[in-house]
Design a protein around this ligand. Structure first.
Ligand code: AMP
Ligand code: GLY
Length: 439
């Protein structure tokens, strides 16, 4: 690509993650124009950005649009088009695309594929069994008292995982997947796992097919209500830095990242895009020391949501340069720079989320504190007005010198946004003082 040329980028998706990607790309002097398909009410108002009404699964439509507008780079946000091979499709049309191809997107799209990868590359992970039918799954639950986490193999909007307390619950989960077909074809197979106790964290890596550069670690809040209660959601808030990561980064590096470095040296594992590693860190006290043991819970083949809204405001490097380097195998030529500040993102959802969504409620956003940004997720512009259009509506992020200050600023900014059914967790980042940090 000629130096000094300004580029056109298409961002595929329409959530808070995609708004944050557009927001960050718009800051790049090398970006001329951003298109977001289909985008949302926030991307519609973002600098250099235009929404395009093409669905994320309309591969032919996306390809034709890129050709017509001479798009230089496509960034794929969501899991579904990655799993269905959007990257392969667009690359076959000669386009430059950020994201893994279909085969490696299975790291997210098939939990069995991911577990086999972890074992092959000797990463610590919970022991498991794969069952292809109802009877085998029931037998596994009855035979193995440790098999209490039941996972539908495929993509299930983050809802296909049951963490069970006993045999009866585990059988109920198996029935929900195989008999009630709650997740359709995503439940044609299940992974049964041992239940691990510990603290979760997210580690996102930029990968160029041969190597990776990590982003600062984050913690997400998946449960809907304060105190980590209620149903699992796409994510109700995230923050960085993570004190636990500071304490156990060596274990993570040796046991999880080193195997990945080796895997990326294999020609078959030319993973390009973001690899998101969901970790559970168990800890125990031995004499006066705390020993940490990381386990890989899952991979996602993309940026996280709302992790992206929390992490990109800390990125000092030009995002376009990094994404291009991932597609050309030249991450070694990039120096990733991050602010040493802290970031906190709180999601404003509809009260009925995750059961149902909100449509058409008027949203108002008044003057925000400096260092706070509102990313839109389920919003749209209707008759010139900003209205709700989804379950998670907005993600409010603040950056400050300390995590406490970032949290206060994020909540202060959140009080500047309103819509009738607004609901949010009031304890984002509170667990940064959790038990595993005690001596
Ligand atoms: P996953 O989509 O595999 O990350 O699972 C969703 C959530 O289920 C995780 O964020 C954890 O909170 C929980 N989970 C998954 N696997 C396990 C496990 N083996 N032990 C305990 N909790 C788990
Ligand atoms: N926040 C977790 C995810 O993006 O899947």
């Amino acid at each position: 690509m000629p130096v000094n040329t300004k580029l056109k980028v298409l961002v595929v998706g329409g959530g808070g993650r995609e708004h944050a990607i557009c927001w960050k790309l718009a800051q790049s002097p090398s970006v001329l124009q951003i298109y977001c398909a289909p985008g949302n009410g926030g991307t519609a108002q973002e600098a250099k950005t235009k929404n395009v009404e093409i669905a994320v699964m309309d591969f032919a439509g996306l390809g034709a649009f890129c050709k017509k507008e001479s798009v230089d780079l496509v960034v794929v946000g969501p899991d579904d088009p990655l799993a269905a091979g959007l990257v392969d499709h667009l690359e076959a049309e000669g386009l430059r695309v950020f994201g893994p191809r279909k085969e490696l997107a299975q790291l997210e799209a098939s939990k069995a594929f991911a577990k086999h990868f972890m074992v092959e590359h000797k990463m610590p992970t919970a022991r498991f069994i794969v069952a292809e039918n109802h009877q085998d799954a029931v037998d596994a639950v009855q035979e193995h008292p440790w098999a209490r986490v039941i996972k539908a193999d495929g993509l299930a909007l983050g809802k296909g995982v049951f963490v069970c307390d006993g045999e009866e619950q585990a059988i109920d989960a198996v029935n929900a997947i195989f008999r009630e077909r709650k997740f359709g074809d995503a439940g044609n197979r299940v992974v049964l796992e041992e239940r691990i106790s510990g603290e979760e964290m997210s580690l996102l890596l930029f990968c160029d097919g041969k190597r990776f550069l990590p982003m600062p670690a984050l913690q997400d809040h998946k449960r809907r209500f304060d105190g980590d209660l209620g149903p699992n959601t796409g994510g109700m808030g995230a923050y960085s830095p993570v004190e636990l990561y500071r304490r156990c980064h060596q274990e993570i590096d040796e046991q999880v990242l080193e195997p990945l470095r080796k895997a990326l040296k294999l020609p078959a594992f030319n993973y390009k895009g973001v690899l998101f590693i969901g970790l559970m860190v168990a800890s125990r006290k031995v004499d006066d020391r705390r020993i940490y043991q990381p386990y890989v819970l899952e991979f996602n083949a993309r940026f996280g949501d709302p992790e992206t809204q929390a992490i990109l405001p800390l990125m000092e490097s030009d995002l376009l340069d990094v994404l291009l380097a991932c597609t050309t195998g030249k991450l070694n030529e990039v120096e990733l720079q991050w602010s040493s500040q802290a970031s906190c993102c709180v999601v404003a959802a509809a009260e009925s989320y995750p059961e149902s969504s909100s449509r058409g409620e008027k949203i108002t956003i008044s003057t925000l504190p400096a260092d706070a940004t509102v990313f839109h997720a389920g919003t749209k512009i209707e008759d010139g007005k900003l209205v709700t259009n989804g379950g998670r509506i907005l993600a409010v992020t603040a950056v400050a010198g300390t995590l406490d200050a970032a949290v206060s600023c994020a909540y202060c900014a959140l009080h500047k946004v309103s819509f009738d059914s607004i609901a949010y967790r009031k304890d984002i980042a509170k667990r940064s003082g959790a038990a595993c940090l005690s001596p």
